[in-house]
Ligand binder design. Structure first.
Ligand code: HMG
Ligand code: MG
Length: 303
């Protein structure tokens, strides 16, 4: 559509952001099967692992085994979250293509999630960033609670821009602006991206929306209007954050693909194959997928 990007990159975050919050430990082979299905569906970037303290996020303790067993496709970027050098070493050993340093635009959330202030987190990330670049890895920065915080409430666009500037200084190739608790609305999304894009190229900014208040697709459309062309989403709407009270799932990939298909925006991803992946993981979790489009397509097929 006129004025919107002709193509967008979707970063599939289901295997990490989506599954990290599941209470029951999921067998590594199930995670591997999911990642392989997502690879076959055509994603260029899959957030596959997280090398954090297993005491903080037990579900991610199998990340090394998962990364070892997946069938990689040339050109696909398999990302892993790393909070510190210990995480980076594990990500390197597991042959991650991209590491993600994850900070926050809210002081209170930074403390709850990674047990340090924003300034301390940046200093911790500095050595990680230098080492990652030396090893030829892609580096992504993730900024949680950019539209509101469950502990401190409002977060200003300037606070987001400040963390973007610090992550830019660390050499991040891409930075995602995350609405961890899904409270943002369309006008706010345009305001935050407009502010942040004054200092960092919009082509390397991503929108990471959660659907807690039912705003995620509208927020994606609002972000498209201001030129954002990278979005994160989670197959079957999996997700939540263990350190963000009330955070529900990420926006469902099937829903985002359905929206983009209708707008004629290219993604290179096979929607029916993503629906299959979403139904597969939902069957395994014993619940209905949290994707309206995914469930509608699956139901139509069953007729
Ligand atoms: P700490 O307790 O302050 O750190 O935790 P520490 O350095 O004192 O280490 C404590 C213990 O953790 C030690 O073990 C370390 O070895 C171990 P012990 O001696 O007690 O046996 N440890 C590690 N183990 C494995 N891998 C590591 C690692 N580092 C230390 N990398 C720390 C600080 C950052 C480690 C901790 O707070 C942590 O792991 N936090 C992770 C929280 C997390 O993963 N949250 C979810 C991801 S963020 C998110 O989901 C939001 C996002 O998706 C955006 C959105 O959705 O909006 C990005
Ligand atoms: Mg998320």
């Amino acid at each position: 559509m006129k004025g919107l990007p002709a193509a967008v990159k979707i970063v599939e975050v289901g295997p990490r952001d989506g599954l990290q919050n599941e209470k029951e430990i999921i067998a590594p082979d199930i995670k591997v099967a999911l990642i392989n299905q997502l690879t076959a569906a055509g994603f260029q970037n899959i957030e596959a692992a997280s090398f954090v303290s297993p005491k903080w996020v037990p579900q991610m303790a199998t990340s090394t085994e998962v990364m070892e067993k997946i069938t990689r496709k040339s050109g696909v970027v398999y990302s892993a979250l790393v909070p510190n050098m210990q995480g980076l070493q594990a990500a390197l050993a597991a042959r991650a293509d991209e590491v993600v340093i994850f900070g926050a635009a809210s002081e209170a959330f930074s403390q709850k999630n990674i047990n340090c202030s924003i300034a301390e987190s940046i200093e911790r990330f500095r050595v990680v960033a230098v080492a990652a670049k030396e090893q030829g890895l892609r580096l992504r920065g993730s900024i949680s609670c950019a539209f509101g915080c469950p502990y401190q409430g409002a977060v200003s666009p300037d606070a987001v821009a400040d963390v973007v500037a610090r992550m830019q200084d660390l050499g991040c190739d891409e930075i995602d602006i995350a609405d961890t608790i899904g409270v943002g609305t369309a006008a706010q999304v345009q305001q935050v991206f407009a502010r942040v894009a004054r200092d960092f190229p919009i082509a390397r900014l991503a929108g990471h929306f959660h659907d807690t208040y039912g705003q995620a697709l509208t927020n994606i459309y609002a972000a498209l209007e201001v030129g954002v062309a990278i979005f994160h989403s989670s197959v079957a709407g999996l997700g939540g954050c263990p350190y963000a009270k009330g955070a529900t799932g990420n926006v469902a990939t099937e829903d985002v693909l359905y929206l983009l298909q209708g707008l004629g925006i290219q993604t290179g991803i096979d929607l029916p194959a993503v629906v299959d992946a979403g139904q597969f993981i939902s069957r395994h979790l014993g619940r209905k997928a949290a994707s309206r489009a995914g469930n509608a397509i699956a139901a139509r097929r069953a007729d």
